[in-house]
Design a protein around this ligand. Structure first.
Ligand code: SF4
Ligand code: FE
Length: 482
């Protein structure tokens, strides 16, 4: 099958039989649920953009065998692929101003690809072949795949096997002739309700006693035994009020869920790691590295929209020429482009793995994500500064439309001449959405914790930072011979 259109993707999701809960109730039709639909639209954008000739080079890849696939299903073949990945993510961020979710699968594909190759080399297992045929299916059917890494983790000071409740890390509970049975959960699962498949990976490096927890596999998202519980977002129920203006970004959004695997069966040909615990760390490090690179693209694209919104708010307030406003916008651009520099740099410095696919420079990818834990907060602070207090105190659209108070809102919330109060309110609501509302999950707090919390990057930076080599450089210059 060729690339799916956005509509075909939506129809394919309609056919899934997902077990989704929200507000304590089973959601029979997540595709058309008003709270969830914007998140589906963001994934749909990755299909729509791939159909547009002007984005073909970024959004699609033609493989050596002639197959044309969506770049979200690509195995990076060189540094050019890595760079185009980041550019594609910036584009998708610009077009959706939210998390478009499909990257976790792409990052899982590339991490599992190289890790399974290395496991097979050591143990003569068949994981790489399993993964190759799985990937081919995903590419040919143009599927969206969730990459599931984060376990709930219980007591953080204890290893998986030492937890009082062993289910707090996902594990194999039964080895069968025809496959395995797994139990546990994955938290914060970006886009799982909008994915046809999920790839599960371990979440930490593991020792011999954690063997049962060292497992990676793929299953359809509607496999027997999977339950998804939707995470709340700030202002989520505004989507039920019928005002697109009050939502700020009514068309697009992101979504996360707690996903429970209650004795899910995985057939042998969908297993990519099963007990080879010493490879858990490699898989984690590579997936996290790719996803930390990703943030140098997606968050930058969303940042572009936020900077544009702040600049419009300044225009509508009549202060575009004020020097402090210009300076704040410059600072926002500077911070945003610094993140992009990191995304491009870790891609340009990428190197081939033993399997042949390209891995980003891990030190630079971790520096990228470390900056992402900070700069979007500062960009958001400056946007709030420029927007002014009405971004959090403006009345609702219903008030604007009211025959009684509407004229008062119209008159007293007017900005500069020639700009309607309605447009001014729209841009303030967009800033609210990005900094405090539903999209703030993706732009703010996900910048902190997504792809690993700040300390996880600092551990990698300390490992990769070559302090020893730097000491040698200093000794050389200072002429210290010991
Ligand atoms: Fe993609 Fe960014 Fe969302 Fe991760 S946070 S899935 S990189 S858009
Ligand atoms: Fe993320």
């Amino acid at each position: 099958m060729a690339l799916m259109t956005g509509e075909e993707y939506v129809e394919s999701m309609r056919k899934m039989n997902l077990n989704v809960y929200m507000f304590g109730e089973k959601i029979d039709d997540p595709v058309d649920n008003p709270v969830l639909r914007p998140s589906l639209n963001s994934v749909k954008a990755t299909y729509d953009l791939a159909q547009m000739p002007e984005y073909e080079d970024l959004m699609t890849v033609t493989l050596e065998d002639g197959r044309k696939i969506n770049r979200f299903a690509n195995i990076h073949r060189n540094t050019d692929d890595l760079i185009k990945k980041v550019k594609m993510q910036r584009l998708c961020g610009q077009k959706t101003a939210s998390c478009f979710q499909r990257c976790v699968g792409m990052d899982a594909f590339n991490a599992v690809w190289s890790t399974t190759y290395e496991i097979d080399k050591k143990y003569s297992t068949n994981y790489h072949e399993n993964f190759k045929s799985y990937l081919r299916m995903v590419q040919d059917r143009d599927f969206t795949v969730d990459g599931a890494m984060t376990d709930p983790k219980g007591d953080r000071s204890l290893a998986p096997h030492a937890q009082p409740d062993l289910d707090l890390y996902l594990r194999v509970v039964e080895q069968r002739e025809d496959g395995i049975v797994v139990r546990g959960a994955k938290a914060h699962q970006t886009g799982i309700i909008n994915s046809q498949e999920v790839i599960v990976m371990p979440t930490v490096a593991m020792g011999p006693e954690d063997k049962d927890f060292a497992v990676s596999f793929a299953v359809p998202t509607d496999a027997e035994g999977i339950t998804m519980i939707i995470g709340r977002q700030s202002c989520d129920t505004r989507k039920l009020e019928g005002s697109s203006m009050d939502v700020g970004n009514s068309e697009f959004g992101g979504v996360e869920a707690l996903v429970v695997f209650d004795d899910v069966f995985v057939p042998n040909d969908r297993i990519f790691l099963n007990g080879e615990y010493e490879f858990a760390g490699m898989l984690v490090e590579r997936f996290a590295g790719y996803h930390r690179q990703s943030y140098g693209g997606c968050k930058v694209g969303v940042g572009d929209v936020l900077i544009g919104a702040a600049a419009l708010a300044a225009d509508y307030n009549g202060v575009p020429k004020a020097s402090h406003i210009k300076d704040k916008l410059i600072e926002m651009v500077h911070l945003n482009e610094t993140l992009y520099c990191c995304g491009i740099a870790c891609s340009a410095e990428g190197k081939p793995t033993e399997s042949g696919n390209y891995l980003i420079d891990l030190l630079l990818a971790n520096v990228c994500k470390q900056n992402v834990t900070r700069y979007p907060y500062e960009i958001a602070r400056l946007a709030e500064d420029i927007a002014g207090g009405f971004m959090v105190t403006a009345p609702s659209e219903k008030d604007l439309r009211s025959p009684v108070v509407g004229p008062m809102v119209e008159k007293y919330l007017k900005g500069t001449a020639g700009v309607s109060t309605e447009n001014r309110l729209k841009i303030l609501r967009l800033i609210e959405n990005l900094t405090l509302g539903t999209a703030a999950v993706g732009y703010r707090t996900e910048s902190m914790h997504g792809a690993g919390s700040p300390q996880a990057q600092r551990i990698m930076i300390s490992r990769q930072g070559s302090i020893g080599k730097k000491k040698e450089l200093a000794k050389e210059i200072a002429k210290i011979r010991d």
